[in-house]
Design a protein around this ligand. Structure first.
Ligand code: PMT
Length: 223
């Protein structure tokens, strides 16, 4: 793939869900399969980039030519992604569905049934995307937004608030698209423009997204 539009570029991508342990047998997670992020990693590798994929627990094979670094929790996702960006990164793409909260404490014995109700106290997790975008010299930074209502407005807000170069909004309320599916439909926003892609396979969407990123990074000298 050497000689593609991203030859010589280093790309770090997050994918999949995170898993936040409650006790040795239970955890909190979500329906992300990792398919979107793995397709983006494949597209970046096909475009000639050197790709590190920071992946939550999924059951997908490593895309050809991509270095996969597995993580479990949101905290590990932040640590591993930050270390990968420190090694050199031109483009950072956050497609992971990170758990926003984790149990306040991990109970190291299996929690037994007792009363009819029980409550679980949760605390906020760190935000990998916002942390990397807030660096002094951030890479070209691309976020994803999974929304069910007012997709365009929330996505544009998030792009500004998190200081992103681009955001990929998917409407996860459309049946058969988004989480877990092989297909998706997205609108990509950047300051001053947007492009809708799909409904199509996640791989086709990822290939077009990487082409858009390549076009924009050559105009935005970040490195
Ligand atoms: O994995 P699949 O089954 O293929 O599904 C793909 C997908 C729907 C999960 C994917 O396309 C997607 O939309 N990913 C982002 C989902 C999401 O949780 O978005 P969010 O609105 O919570 O987060 C916004 C952005 O911040 C995302 O880029 C997210 O990776 C990042 N984030 C969020 C919280 C956090 N603690 N750390 C982060 O880096």
């Amino acid at each position: 793939a050497a000689g593609g539009v991203l030859a010589g570029r280093r790309v770090v991508i997050t994918a999949g869900p995170t898993r936040e342990p409650i006790d040795p047998v239970r955890y909190i997670t979500n329906h992300s399969s990792g398919k979107m992020g793995y397709a983006v990693a494949m597209a970046a590798a096909l475009a000639g980039a050197e790709v590190v994929l920071v992946s939550g627990p999924v059951s997908l094979p490593a895309p050809r030519g991509v270095q996969v670094r597995g993580v479990t929790t949101a905290q590990e996702m932040l640590n591993t992604a930050s270390a990968a960006v420190d090694e050199g990164c031109d483009i950072f793409i956050a497609s992971a569905a990170v758990a926003d909260y984790r149990p306040e404490q991990f109970v190291d014995q299996k929690i037994k049934k007792a009363s009819d109700t029980m409550s679980l106290s949760l605390v906020r997790n760190p935000d990998t995307l916002a942390t990397i975008a807030a660096r002094d010299k951030p890479p070209f930074t691309v976020g994803f937004a999974a929304e069910t209502t007012d997709v365009a407005r929330y996505a544009a807000d998030k792009m500004k608030r998190k200081k992103l170069n681009m955001i990929v909004a998917n409407d996860v309320s459309i049946p058969g698209l988004g989480f877990s599916s092989d297909r998706n439909a997205v609108t990509v926003f950047w300051p001053g423009g947007s492009e809708s892609i799909g409904p199509d396979s996640k791989q086709t969407i990822a290939n077009r997204l990487m082409a858009l990123i390549a076009e924009h990074i050559s105009r935005t000298a970040t490195v």
